[in-house]
Design a protein around this ligand. Sequence first.
Ligand SMILES: Cc1cc2nc3c(=O)[nH]c(=O)nc-3n(C[C@H](O)[C@H](O)[C@H](O)COP(=O)(O)OP(=O)(O)OC[C@H]3O[C@@H](n4cnc5c(N)ncnc54)[C@H](O)[C@@H]3O)c2cc1C
Length: 417
Amino acid sequence: MNKISHNWSEHVAFGAASTHYPASVAEVQEIVRGAGKVRVVGARHSFNHIADTAGALISLRALPRRTEIDVVAKTVTIDGGTTYAELAPVLDAAGFALFNLPSVPDFTIVGAVSTATHGSGNANRNLAASVAALEIVTASGDLLMLGRGDADFDGAVVGLGALGVVVAMTLDLVPRFDIRQTVYRNLPFETVVENFDELMGSAYSVSLFTHWNSEVVDQTWLKDLATARPPGAEFFGGTPAATEMSPVLGKEPYGTTGQLGSVGTWYDRLPHARIGALPTEGYEYQSEYFIARKDAPAAMRALKAVQSALHPALVVSEVRTIAGDDFWLSTNYGPDSVGFHFSMARDWAEVSKALKVIEAALAPFRPRTHWGKLFVMPAAEVRAGHPRLADFRALATRHDPGGKFRNAFLDAFVFGG
Ligand SMILES: Cc1cc2nc3c(=O)[nH]c(=O)nc-3n(C[C@H](O)[C@H](O)[C@H](O)COP(=O)(O)OP(=O)(O)OC[C@H]3O[C@@H](n4cnc5c(N)ncnc54)[C@H](O)[C@@H]3O)c2cc1C
């Protein structure tokens, strides 16, 4: 079987002794039973070593795709290898949708949920919120079924792959919907900061793109329900973009979802990138930090104050809001939150310097790091940001007493100390 050698951004070399592509759940069980150390990899889009292992690496791409829509319960059950790009058009054709999507649809759904991947919207929780049930092959090779309401469910959903191989997931559906996307340019920075909650709540999903180095926020992407009133010729001091935009100023808008007030189906507007538009390898680094939304204005001023230290590493920064949740290891556990994302050039010397500055600027707001992205925060600080960490450790240890699913990343940032 082909070895999976590295992650999407090509800078994390996987150290697995063997790679496996099971074609059935029974095969997954057999591999897990026979393995010393084992991890699952999804679409490889995480930027750190979270999916890595020195033992057996399992990809679920060869599992038969499962898309079982229950029109009465309004759910869909998928296998652990399905991506958002594969699922969304099928749901749409059946009259259904997921409530939200990430910026690109290429991730496996289980990989995204496992790291608390999110989209945007003051009222939208992260993507783990749509999970209604899980089927997990645990360290013993047995199948564990968990549903919403079960005692361990809130601990298992954002599971970082620590509980076992999620071979199936049931997701809540909503009726399909259309979204209108409009991009506004040059909102005055202070207007954005002073009206942060109202601005970020003014559409179903809102993203700010900025380089922090001017008195304006370069771009504000509004993704609103097609049934809502279209936004006007002026928006918090900004004006509509005259042409389609890339989030990165000066770049061609290759593969971006339709803008200029155009209406499209949910999966062709909620992400920034169209299905199939993202290259199979990416030459960038990404980092993201989450704090309570109430602290967003102060944090934005703190980031602007250190902007000169973010360059030349910074390509573009994105600000999104995410409603709070109850998943133990979620980066959005607790109060409503805001995520400060940084796309960076692939130059670790510059990036690590910039991350130190970002983490220091956000320290008063006790940031949590995105589980799938890069950070330089000491492990003890990462762990301290998760109030339910001890509960999660106990849960994972109950299902994996020998630490079969642990790797160096989890040993440091979850099980260390
Ligand atoms: C271009 C790009 C854009 C991004 N945009 C966003 C965004 O909009 N919002 C956001 O929050 N993040 C974003 N991310 C980060 C991304 O969502 C996460 O890294 C996500 O985990 C990637 O999913 P994946 O399928 O590639 O999982 P992988 O990176 O392959 O794995 C992630 C984790 O999930 C575990 N896992 C995967 N499958 C299973 C399984 N079946 N059972 C058990 N564990 C499993 C792995 O072991 C690992 O711990 C972006 C990343 C990239 C490269």
